[in-house]
Design a protein around this ligand. Structure first.
Ligand code: FES
Length: 577
């Protein structure tokens, strides 16, 4: 298909760098020639920036150097000029204290890489948790035509013929090891079998959720997010994305055109149907606000009451992303729930969401259920409020033991992660399955970087007695691969004096998911007394990126964006002198 050209070659943004007959443009052209290119390579063609989050230490992105070459192939085919630009890789397992500390760093990098170079359109290649929102947030703020290429999930894990899911089975078997039910040799076999190909985590964790949400928003090619990374469909999808972005430049199809309130509602509905990661709430709010779409946590709660969970994928269900692909993938899921979606939304294909999913079918009905026989009628996500979380907190009821959905118990409060990690190993800890574990100082500023500590370990003593779930409350996040009765993202966080900071061991806490309520049963007078005695902890950083982060980071309910990056103000194009 030949793209409808809405602009002349002279109107391309890159023309300002490469076209004029002046000394500066001469310098740019001579440097491209130094790279071995000739005028025929770029003249009159859209320059496409490929933002690639490959790195040697990111196993989820181990294939992205080759995939960037596939994208380039497509760009050349369609008459564009590809420029690959490395961007921060944010390998979830390795980056400390938390990749969330750096999501906004990547968002800034993506925006400024595009702004500062002669680029007309962008291909965003990522997938490991924070790379998707980071790249997308930056691309939205820059506003050039952009297409997202998801890294894709890795193959199923395997241990003695049993499938293993990323994270989820690591937590499960770690607890079995702590309880003495498996030994070192089994544990070592699991270590070698749980991640056996490149690609992202293959449960419905944050990576799979964000890749799917971004496709549902209309920013990726149809079906792209479900393709396993090692599948030959993946490089073909990459080259198709390269071809398509060149057309998008000529059509001037920007993220702003695609990202409407209806598109975000579609994405949240898909999130709920997938039983997706709680982390997505933070990222989607941040992405929406960059696009000028007002969005808050209440919208997630409202939609979660309307949309059943139909994807039978770990941790809410039992299958893995490879099975989801064989079942028909995201197109099949969206066609199953088509009545709940706005099919008129425009996407990067230049066609509507309805066009993109036309004809899609479910091949494995136990993996993608129907709306009439869902996995859970509702409850992928619940947003609770009350005196303990005035600005809200989040829970994933579908992944919790149902008996904890209405619960009142005595708190055991930990001031920080180190204290908690120490105490839960004590055999003499005064704890029962009805206690409520509370972790403080694990939020955006307090963590710092809101680490994924929200699935607090079950105390050793209870584990040995066979307990596998209990209520846990924190201002941290939780890995999308985790499960349990974990109340997360408490806002405002304890580090800035939120009510969580005032909880003491022995206080009674009540959660009532049906009523969306969380309550600390301590009188107002006592809370006032405790507040007067509370002292703010010292800042984590006095210089560097961390100091800037601490000064400008928002709370979880606001999407944890930096105050100076949020909003839709356009920044002037750079002068070329
Ligand atoms: Fe990269 Fe899970 S570690 S997606």
């Amino acid at each position: 298909m030949t793209a409808k050209k809405n602009k002349s070659p002279e109107a391309l943004r890159s023309y300002r760098w490469l076209g004029p007959d002046n000394l500066r443009a001469f310098g740019h052209r001579s440097r491209l020639k130094q790279l071995g290119y000739d005028r025929d390579d770029w003249s009159g063609k859209p320059v496409i920036g490929i933002l690639n989050t490959w790195s040697d230490i990111n196993a989820c992105h181990g294939h992205l150097r080759e995939r960037a070459e596939d994208v380039k192939r497509g760009i050349w085919q369609a008459g564009g000029f590809p420029i690959e630009l490395p961007a921060m890789s944010l390998a979830e397992p390795f980056v400390k204290p938390s990749t969330m500390l750096y999501r906004n760093f990547l968002a800034m990098e993506a925006e400024e890489l595009l702004r500062s170079h002669p680029i007309d359109g962008a291909v965003l290649i990522g997938g490991c948790d924070k790379t998707t929102p980071g790249l997308v947030m930056g691309a939205i703020s820059m506003g050039l035509p952009a297409i997202y290429v998801p890294a894709g999930p890795m193959l199923r894990g395997n241990w003695r013929g049993r499938p293993l899911g990323s994270g989820s089975d690591a937590w499960k078997y770690w607890d079995e090891k702590r309880a003495g039910r498996i030994g070192e040799s089994e544990w070592s076999e699991i270590e070698g079998g749980i991640a056996r190909s490149y690609g992202t985590c293959m449960v419905m964790g944050t990576a799979a959720t964000m890749m799917a949400i971004t496709e549902a928003l209309g920013l990726a090619l149809p079906g792209a997010s479900s393709i396993p990374a090692p599948d030959a469909n993946h490089p073909r999808m990459c080259s198709a994305a390269g071809r398509r972005v060149v057309e998008m430049v000529w059509e001037n199809l920007t993220p702003q055109t695609i990202l409407t309130p209806a598109a975000f509602d579609n994405a949240i509905r898909v999130h709920m149907a997938l039983g997706g990661s709680t982390n997505a709430i933070i990222h989607v709010i941040a992405m929406a606000r960059r696009a000028g779409v007002p969005l808050d946590m209440k919208r997630f709660d409202d939609i979660s009451r309307e949309v059943p969970v139909i994807a039978n994928i770990t941790p809410s269900g039992k299958y893995l992303m490879e099975d989801f692909f064989y079942a028909g993938g995201l197109r099949a899921l969206m066609s199953t729930m088509a009545d709940l979606l706005d099919l008129s939304c425009l996407t990067v294909t230049g066609r509507t969401l309805g066009d993109n999913i036309a004809g899609a079918q479910v091949h494995l009905p136990d993996v993608i259920h129907s709306l009439s026989v869902p996995l859970y009628r509702e409850g992928a996500t619940a947003v609770l409020t009350g005196n303990l979380a005035p600005r809200g907190c989040v829970m994933k009821p579908a992944a919790a033991d149902p008996r904890f959905l209405k619960h009142r118990g005595k708190a055991i409060a930990f001031e920080n992660y180190a204290a908690m990690a120490r105490e839960v190993e004590r055999d003499d800890l005064d704890v029962t399955p009805d206690h409520v574990l509370v972790l403080k100082n694990a939020g955006p500023k307090g963590g710092p970087g809101m680490p994924e500590w929200g699935q607090l370990p079950i105390p050793q003593k209870l584990l040995k007695a066979g307990v596998r779930d209990m209520v846990r409350i924190s201002d941290a996040r939780m890995s999308g691969t985790s499960y349990g009765a974990c109340v997360l993202h408490v806002a405002p966080e304890s580090f800035v004096g939120g009510p969580l900071a005032l909880v003491q061991t022995g206080d009674e806490i009540e959660i009532d998911v049906a009523a969306r309520r969380i309550h600390l049963h301590v009188g107002d007078d006592e809370l006032t007394r405790r507040r007067a005695a509370w002292q703010a902890p010292p800042p984590h950083y006095t210089r560097g990126y961390g100091a800037m982060y601490s000064q400008h980071i928002g709370q979880a309910d606001d999407g944890c964006d930096f105050d100076f990056l949020a909003g839709t103000d356009r920044i002037a194009e750079p002068e070329i002198h």
